[in-house]
Design a protein around this ligand. Structure first.
Ligand code: SF4
Ligand code: SF4
Length: 282
């Protein structure tokens, strides 16, 4: 079962939920894989502290133009929706940082003047954290296109009964790439006006993608009731509520697993696990 943990905005406790859920599930003798898809800022390793067994570069294909064959017809530039290739006089220029590696220009070139070469964009790391199988991707600084790195992380998913995908925050392309194909999407939010605003966006995304989803409310005792009202009106299942607790914040700041030091977090994670496995979600 693939469970994606996402949130409309950063700072809601998404990684806390994802890492602790994986930790508690593994402690319960389940085979668990944790995939950190937040490749621009992966931080699951700070808490799970994996031993890395294998690293390899992540690449994406980038077009290269053979000017000796190029007839300067401009078809490639007309085809590219991202402005990543331009015909200027006798030059056909490629801008790798804008390229989405769609391969369109290669297909349309009538002179077969374009070939693709791999461009390193990050590193894939595979390891183990206790009983949790761990994979993350680290995008190179300044690299703008994270979806190819996210695809590489997902393609390296080890065999497991439960795979937890720790997604990037927001609702844009990297999140879509991360949640695509999951069996359940858990949206982590907090009971604040910002939390509610971004939860609504995330719910819209989940509905457009046709995903099963539910909500976890973090810092549940430290806000107003608007998030509960919204979920009730929208018939969205609240899968778990986690109380705000200074001890959790201290564990987080030390890079410790909250489930190890805060009994109510471990209890909530076990409850969430049971809810997930019972299929009791929207
Ligand atoms: S489509 Fe091919 S031939 Fe035409 S400008 Fe682009 S690279 Fe040159
Ligand atoms: S591969 Fe796609 S995005 Fe990249 S330059 Fe060609 S058409 Fe544009």
């Amino acid at each position: 079962m693939q469970v994606a943990i996402a949130s409309g905005k950063g700072g809601t406790g998404k990684t806390t939920v994802a890492t602790n859920l994986a930790w508690v599930a593994a402690a319960d003798n389940r085979t668990v894989a944790y995939l950190d898809c937040d490749v621009e800022e992966p931080n699951g390793h700070l808490f799970l502290k994996p031993t890395f067994l294998h690293e390899q570069p992540i690449t994406k294909p980038i077009p290269v133009v053979d000017l000796g064959r190029c007839a300067h017809c401009g078809l490639c530039a007309q085809t590219c929706r991202y402005g990543a290739i331009a015909c200027v006089g006798q030059q056909t220029l490629v801008f790798p940082e804008l390229c989405h590696s769609c391969g369109g220009c290669v297909l349309v070139c009538p002179e077969q003047a374009i070939r693709e070469v791999p461009k390193p964009i990050g590193r894939l790391r595979v390891g183990t954290a206790g009983r949790v199988k761990f994979v993350d991707g680290v995008l190179h600084v300044g690299e703008a296109m994270s979806p190819p790195a996210i695809r590489a992380v997902k393609a390296s998913s080890p065999d497991a009964d439960l795979t937890i995908l720790d997604c990037p925050p927001g609702t844009s392309c990297p999140v879509i790439e991360s949640v695509r194909g999951c069996d359940l999407l858990i949206l982590v939010t907090e009971p604040t006006p910002f939390g509610l605003h971004d939860l609504k966006l995330a719910v819209e995304m989940a509905r457009v993608l046709g995903l099963k989803f539910g909500v976890v409310i973090n810092r549940a005792n430290a806000g107003d009731h608007a998030v509960w009202d919204y979920c009730r009106r929208q018939r969205i299942r609240i899968l778990a509520e986690i109380a705000d607790d200074r001890v959790v914040a201290v564990a987080y700041s030390r890079g410790e697993m909250a489930a190890d030091s805060v009994p109510h977090v471990a209890e909530r994670m076990r409850g969430l696990l049971e809810t997930i496995q019972a299929g009791a979600h929207v």
